[in-house]
Design a protein around this ligand. Structure first.
Ligand code: DGJ
Length: 732
């Protein structure tokens, strides 16, 4: 069924020239419906969100017990509930009374947008509540536009992107928490009475701790491939707040938006405040169904170049850290080319003249090549990359500055810092955040990127890092009255700068990185192609980190690199096969000094990269089925990707616990066509003898109802406790 928006009664009334008198508004996607009660002059009511309804269902909704609660609750007249919007009018009145003024629908490309116009019953204060859908996708994006024509600014104290009531019951909340090196850990519990708040106030790195996405499982304990689930992702790059409030009534109330704490906004007459998008999805196919909906939408509509396969790269960071030198860079390019990789990325350490970037204490802001380290400059490197037949990428951290830099010496007024306070430093005890609210800083950041890409058009990839939170809340640019705009205006300035970059350089691939996985949010992805998932490259811990991240983000967005053993973050030694088998389940790369690997290890990686290329389209563009969760403590984890036509699949299995004589479950597959027959082939094979089922064929039905028995150990000369498997399935 095609995506459609049905505004019952509205269109008929409008075409007859009658006064608009809206009734039900139904926003449909192929498999879901959102129904609102939009009677003119009355409160906008949320009636329903869930599986797609028939016309008869819609007509009978109220009788069946629809939600019938305010769809964008306002603070004031009826103030005991959590509000989605609150404002102080120019005359000091703290209440809002928003009622429906009209409904319209429009097209934006092939997307359909329904807008319910609300206005205050007394004040010239207006809110447009928008819903956008796309053909073939079970995602509804909602956001609001807030404006007024009062005679002085109105102070917005709450401005959520959206509100969603969920029927009280055995509803479970799944969300992601974490910290540096341990991002995207899964938390999951039944929703209790009271309020659960998920928030981030870092200012810069908004997924370094919590994530701004939640899953709500409506049928009790979350299941991967069954049960009704609602997913909600706040698509924002700054501070956020998602609250699930459960009172004594029949509804859990989900409210999501920018975190308003210390961010009250003074809205001028005639100005429009647009909230970030809250993306909603519903599926009857469990958590996995919602994930697949988000992944498809992410690739097709929300991230840069979501339809293009990503290159296999080598990043220099864990290989050489700050010790950038031309011969080493050249060698690394030769090495990644020899292993079949396609891109080399030079990380931190390449810049700074007066203050060379030899460590984290200096240089940020001075994006001039350090010719002591790189006598041939960037040009020398891009030429070398050409010679080696790989593309070239470069690391920058343009929103930041060290006080030990020429930039800071010239422009101390560019940093974020409260007046009358001592500066607060970040990394290297000299790092500070530039004030992106300041247009001069926006120009500066644009110019950093523009200069690099203009001077060196061979740069095809940028790793854009950001390693410090906003501290010492104060803008040297904003007026005294508007200091509370800092967090919001920082991100507006960031967007403007990225818009300029993307307008001029639409094709460059950009990675969002922020002290590891601090920028894994759909708020970044319109401009960025991927994110660095975590600085923790330990393969075992990555199984957990990538599992959580996959709740909302497709594999193509998740940079996942093979690194050294022992691992630099956890000091754990994992065999190379396990490390490659984990990295291959995301956007494969390497983060290692190839010169410290043996010839045999390099050739194993070469084989892994060649094998990855066989499954790259399935991993990066296919549908994800999570099969066995590492969080279930059953000793192993497993997932698979299936191509949309179900002709190819890639199956991953990793041991997560290693105990002598431990029992491991056998894992039934998912997502295949039961009627098709699949040939099974192991990738990254290191065993001396092939798996018993190597080269054999099985029906999709058998594989999904029984699965294949994974030997729990590798048959190699010096086995360690860790084993893993990657299988490629090809329909015959
Ligand atoms: C933090 C990032 O997460 C790392 O990957 C690396 O780029 C360093 N910054 C460089 O300083």
């Amino acid at each position: 069924m095609k995506t459609a928006i049905v505004i019952a009664a509205v269109l008929a009334a409008a075409c007859c020239g009658n006064v608009l008198k809206a009734e039900n508004v139904t926003v449909n996607t192929p498999g879901t419906s959102l129904v609102l009660g939009a009677d003119k002059g009355k409160k906008l009511k949320h009636l329903y969100y869930g599986t797609r309804l028939t016309d008869a269902d819609v007509r009978g909704l109220k009788a069946a017990g629809a939600a019938n609660v305010n769809a964008y609750p306002d603070y004031g007249v009826d103030p005991e509930r959590e509000a989605a919007i609150a404002a102080v009018h120019a005359d000091g009145n703290m209440t809002l009374d928003l009622v429906v003024d009209g409904v319209s629908s429009s097209k934006s490309g092939d997307a359909s947008v329904t807008t319910v116009k609300l206005r205050d019953s007394h004040y010239p204060f207006f809110v447009n509540v928008n819903y956008r859908t796309y053909p073939g996708l079970d995602i509804i994006e909602t956001w609001t536009d807030i404006s007024h024509s009062e005679n002085r600014p109105v102070t917005l104290t709450r401005f959520a992107s959206g509100y969603l009531p969920v029927r009280y019951g055995n509803v479970w909340l799944s969300n992601l928490y974490g910290s540096w090196g341990n991002e995207a850990r899964l938390d999951c519990q039944p929703i209790a009475h009271g309020m659960k708040v998920i928030k981030n106030r870092d200012g810069v790195r908004n997924s370094a701790t919590a994530h701004s996405e939640v899953m709500l499982s409506l049928d009790g304990r979350p299941r991967e491939n069954g049960g009704r689930v609602i997913g909600a992702a706040l698509c924002y790059d700054g501070n956020y707040r998602l609250a699930v409030d459960t009172d004594a009534g029949n509804w859990h109330h989900l409210i999501a938006g920018i975190d308003e704490d210390q961010s009250e906004y003074h809205l001028k007459p005639g100005e429009t405040f647009t909230t970030p998008v809250l993306a909603l999805s519903y599926s009857g196919e469990g958590l996995g169904g919602v994930s697949r909906n988000f992944h498809r939408w992410g690739r097709e509509r929300r991230m840069a170049h979501g339809d293009q396969l990503r290159d296999v790269l080598l990043n220099s960071w864990e290989g050489v850290y700050f010790d950038i030198k031309e011969p080493e860079m050249d060698q690394m390019m030769a090495d990644i080319a020899a292993m079949g990789g396609e891109l080399f990325v030079m990380d931190d350490g390449w810049f700074g003249v007066k203050y060379p970037r030899d460590n984290a204490t200096q240089g940020l802001g001075d994006w001039i090549v350090d010719t002591r380290k790189l006598p041939g400059g960037i040009k020398g490197l891009t030429e070398a990359a050409r010679r080696h037949g790989v593309k070239f990428g470069i690391w920058i951290e343009p929103e930041m500055v060290n006080t030990r830099s020429e930039l800071f010496e010239k422009h101390p007024e560019y940093v974020i810092k409260a007046q009358h306070r001592q500066p607060t430093y970040g990394r290297g005890k000299t790092q500070m955040v530039l004030d992106m609210a300041n247009p001069a800083v926006q120009d500066l950041v644009f110019t950093v990127v523009d200069t690099l890409l203009t001077n060196y058009p061979d740069i095809s990839y940028i790793k854009w890092d950001a390693n410090m939170p906003i501290r010492n809340h104060g803008s040297q640019y904003l007026s005294a009255d508007d200091q509370s705009h800092l967090y919001i205006d920082y991100h507006r300035g960031f967007h403007k700068t990225l818009d300029r970059i993307r307008a001029k350089y639409p094709d460059v691939i950009m990675q969002a990185c922020a002290s590891g996985g601090g920028r894994a949010n759909y708020g970044f992805l319109p401009w960025f192609d991927e994110f660095w998932t975590s600085d923790n490259t330990d393969a075992l811990q990555r199984v957990y980190i990538q599992w959580g991240t996959s709740y909302f983000y497709p594999a193509i967005a998740m940079a996942s690199h093979i690194s050294a053993a022992p691992n630099h973050q956890t000091h754990r030694t994992m065999n190379l096969k396990y490390r490659t088998d984990v990295a291959m389940s995301g956007r494969l790369g390497m983060e290692i000094q190839p010169q410290k690997m043996t010839e045999a290890e390099r050739s194993q990686c070469h084989k892994a990269i060649e094998d990855y290329k066989l499954i790259r389209p399935v991993v990066q563009q296919g549908d994800l089925y999570r099969l066995l969760s590492p969080y279930d403590g059953l000793g192993a984890a497993s997932l698979m990707y299936v191509s949309p036509d179900k002709d190819r699949a890639a199956f991953f299995w990793w041991k997560t616990e290693a105990f002598r004589n431990k029992q491991y479950p056998r894992v039934p597959m998912a997502g295949l066509d039961p009627e098709k027959t699949y040939r099974v082939q192991e990738l990254n094979r290191v065993d001396k003898v092939p798996l018993k089922f190597e080269g054999r064929s099985y029906s999709g039905r058998y594989l999904m109802e029984n699965g294949l028995e994974m030997p729990v150990n590798l048959t190699v000369d010096n086995p360690d406790e860790w084993s893993s498997r990657v299988l490629m399935l090809t329909a015959e």
